[in-house]
Design a protein around this ligand. Structure first.
Ligand code: ADP
Ligand code: MG
Length: 342
């Protein structure tokens, strides 16, 4: 057979295979776009576990009319322009793949309005047809992305969707993780027109701990200490559980790097070591931790879903985390001074 270029839609569907595993992955991409747009309020409406509909509305910066078609086009982004930008990226997105990928395996409508536009404009695409000629819409400033009938045209993927309830649990737990990343943003999550979550923006430590309690339970807050460490350009802050409040599973461990929830072996190892002497074998600590560092020191382009990162100075990050956690745990021993601060 001769070599030929694949049609755009098929290319998008192949890319969708990487980032759109299930309804929750659509929600992740769309909410991260809201973050990047500077939204302070995000409303997520889900029907039938997300398989029927996912609609996400934000009050962010919006998209100008002339860019709407580009937003649905592959490798088009407003977030980076050069390799240098990529190496210092602080936005959640930068690949310009989410919207075209999602619209190749679902029916997607994008409605958006910038603050100075007289009205909103709408474009749509559904895997086979694209309507990139913007139509006027009364939407307020901000953006709504409406995704219907996920995988309707890719039956092999659709077959892998789990029960409505299971898919919704994935969405809910994802929103909880995203809500822990951004206390300054309000979130409303509705499922089948019933309100499941309503988290107001939380500016004070009190309000933040309320949000954590709403997500992780009040026992978490009562049994954890606030930590705040900075050294050699690294900053670690958040809440770590007392050794007396451990779990049999690793289900209450949230670690964010520059606002991005990640899973990382180096981080897991540093935490494990720090708790080694104070936790019984087989028990796992609880924590909500935020690591802030120069974006040039972490490569977020390691995987399409960006759940994995690569630290450029892995050893240094590891030792810093270990030290920070070890010291805050030591401060909690009987007789030690109260608050773990440096
Ligand atoms: P990426 O986020 O990697 O840039 P996406 O496909 O997710 O790629 O989005 C493409 C572009 O569409 C973004 O770069 C952004 O300019 C615009 N966009 C998407 N969602 C929103 C939103 N909620 N608000 C404002 N602009 C958006
Ligand atoms: Mg994106």
């Amino acid at each position: 057979m001769r070599i030929h270029a694949l049609p755009t839609q098929l290319v998008n569907q192949i890319a969708a295979g990487e980032v759109v595993e299930r309804p929750a992955s659509v929600v992740k991409e769309l909410v991260e776009n809201c973050f990047d747009a500077g939204a302070t309020q995000i409303v997520i409406d889900v029907e039938q576990g997300g398989a029927r509909q996912i609609r996400i509305r934000d009050n962010g910066c919006g998209i100008v009319k002339d860019d709407l078609a580009l937003a649905l086009s592959r490798h088009a982004t407003s977030k980076i322009a050069s390799l240098d930008d990529l190496e210092h990226v602080i936005s959640m997105g930068f690949r310009g793949e989410a919207l075209p990928s999602i619209s190749s395996v679902a029916r997607l409508t994008l409605i958006s309005r910038t603050a100075d536009a007289e009205c909103a404009w709408q474009v749509s695409a559904d895997g086979t047809e694209q309507n990139f000629d913007p139509q006027p819409d009364p939407h307020p400033p901000g953006t709504t992305v409406d995704v219907r009938d996920l995988f309707y045209n890719t039956p092999a993927r659709r077959k892998f969707l789990k029960a409505e309830k299971t898919e919704f649990i994935h969405i809910e737990s994802l929103i909880q993780k995203l809500a822990l990343a951004r206390f300054d943003v309000g979130f409303v999550l509705n499922h089948n027109q019933r309100e499941v979550l309503n988290l107001k923006p939380a500016a004070t430590q009190d309000a933040q701990e309320k949000r954590i309690a709403a997500i992780c339970g009040s026992a978490f807050v009562e049994n954890s200490v606030k930590i705040d460490f900075a050294a050699s350009g690294l900053h670690l802050h958040g809440w770590v559980g007392l050794p007396t409040f451990s779990r049999s599973q690793q289900d209450m461990q949230f670690f964010y790097v520059n606002g991005r929830l990640i899973k990382d072996r180096l981080v897991a190892h540093a935490v494990k070591q720090a708790y080694q002497d104070v936790l019984y074998h087989g028990r796992h600590p609880v924590f909500v931790l935020y690591l802030e560092l120069d974006p040039a020191l972490v490569d977020v382009n390691a995987h399409p879903t960006k759940l994995e990162v690569r630290f450029r100075e892995g050893r240094m990050v590891h030792d810093f985390l270990f030290q920070a956690l070890h010291r805050s745990l030591a401060d909690q021993r009987p007789g030690a001074a109260g608050v773990a601060q440096q």
